[in-house]
Design a protein around this ligand. Structure first.
Ligand code: HSE
Length: 431
């Protein structure tokens, strides 16, 4: 029987789920993988007050050095999130010749390259399946299952909280605030839920997927990010009537030998498989060459979904460790692609635009005149109601337009006296 001693740092929702999972599946794991995992020490700032029976027989500490310096510990699991002291924990553990498992997307998005190098230097590995899509094997699929393929496009719903909010708003007409509170109650949201709704959490995850799929480390600050804060019931309903669905998509794709990397609310056709990914579920749709289209789908947040990713990392890591080849086949720190990042201004998409305009003759021609001046061609126009006294929604769908041109046109249109409120523009993707 092989044995691996584990030190766990972070005993929150996911950390306690990992211990529960290991406890419940102990015999199965022993029999199936001939390996026993023993959690030696748990570190958490509030561990002293914890009364959980799951901690019986496990040493407790509030100081992470007690874990990363413990010579008996083989694997450190970092589940505290954030940049610091997570960075010091992961680097320190690797330097002390321990393998690391982390769910920390922000850390890997920002410091992944340095940490992968440190792992290689120390002949140890970092496993991070849970960092994107919780337990859905996205990392393993890209790095191993699809090894050798060339990726042309990647479209992901990779934030469970925002997908849950958009789905609840569409389904039960509840408020944004109520849906967010519900996501927090169910343990999907980050401790700082702003990262979920402002698009930064999926941006961190996208940075990780991009270096795995396209071999390029894209600094998070270079990713265009727009969250779901401004999505209203009105737009969800208008989209529905146009046979479209609004999703917060993380997109990376090759266009004219450049790479587009962006996160924003996106309108997609109602009959695309991603459109039916509801609630806390995540999915990524990949276009790989030569395999073609691949869709990976599952629960992307929540205690046991995340614990599943961490435990699978432990088992996979143990298999390599026990076979005497601790590091992965591929060097993850190696950039293989010289592809240039496309500037957001140059990106071309179709747009849904909602103007709140005064309902009187000549209004449409003023709007369409400005759009035309900026080279933006209209595909359809719908006015949703008639009210002479106040503003009404006018929905315009455009043909492909350059981002920069659209922004300039909207600035001009917003200044017209017939326009009330700043227009809402949502990009559309054909996929
Ligand atoms: N807050 C994240 C989400 C958790 O909602 O997707 C999983 O990374």
């Amino acid at each position: 029987m092989n044995r691996l001693n584990v030190g766990l740092i972070g005993f929150g929702t996911v950390g306690s789920g990992v211990i529960k999972f290991l406890h419940e599946r102990r015999n199965y794991i022993k029999n199936k993988f001939n390996t026993e995992f023993s959690v030696k020490k748990v570190c958490d700032l509030y561990i002293k007050e914890q009364k959980s029976p799951l901690l019986r027989g496990i040493a407790r500490t509030t100081n992470f050095h007690d874990v990363i310096n413990d010579p008996e510990i083989d694997v450190v699991i970092e589940l505290i999130g954030g940049m610091h002291p997570a960075y010091e924990i992961v680097l320190g553990a690797l330097k002390n010749k321990k393998h690391v498992i982390t769910a920390n997307k922000e850390l890997l998005a920002n410091e992944g390259k340095k940490l992968f190098r440190a792992a290689l230097r120390n002949n140890r590995d970092i496993y991070f399946e849970t960092s994107v899509g919780a337990g859905i094997p996205l990392i393993k699929s890209i790095t191993e299952g699809l090894a050798g393929n060339k990726f042309n496009g990647l479209y992901g719903i990779i934030n469970g909280t925002s997908n849950f909010i958009l789905s609840e708003m569409a389904k039960s007409n509840c408020s944004f605030k109520y849906a967010l509170q519900e996501a927090q109650k169910r343990g999907f949201a980050e401790s700082n839920p702003t990262l979920d709704i402002n698009g930064m959490d999926p941006a961190h995850k996208l940075a990780i997927l991009v270096f795995l799929a396209f071999g390029k480390f894209v600094p998070v600050k270079n990713i265009f990010v727009e969250g779901i804060e401004n999505i209203s019931h009105a737009d969800i309903e208008h989209a529905q009537s146009l046979q479209l669905v609004i999703k917060l998509l993380a997109i990376a794709k090759r266009v004219h030998n450049e790479l587009e990397v962006r996160v924003h609310p996106t309108l997609i056709p109602k009959d695309h498989p991603l459109a039916s990914v509801g609630g806390v579920f995540n999915a990524i749709f990949l276009n790989a060459d030569p395999l073609g289209d691949v869709l990976l789908y599952g629960q992307g947040a929540g205690q046991m979904a995340a614990a599943s990713g961490v435990v699978s990392d432990l088992i996979n890591l143990a298999a390599r460790h026990n076979a005497g080849s601790p590091v992965r086949v591929a060097d993850l720190s190696k950039e293989i692609s010289a592809i240039k990042l496309r500037k957001m201004d140059e990106i071309e998409t179709k747009f849904y635009i909602r103007f709140m305009a005064i309902d009187k003759p000549g209004v449409l021609s003023k709007i369409s005149g400005i759009l035309g001046k900026y080279g933006i061609s209209i595909a359809s126009v719908t006015q949703k109601m008639r009210k002479r006294s106040s503003a009404v929604p006018v929905i315009i769908l455009t043909h492909h337009a350059r981002e920069k041109m659209l922004r300039l046109a909207l600035e001009k249109i917003t200044k017209l006296s017939i326009i009330k409120d700043y227009p809402v523009a949502i990009r559309m993707e054909k996929l």
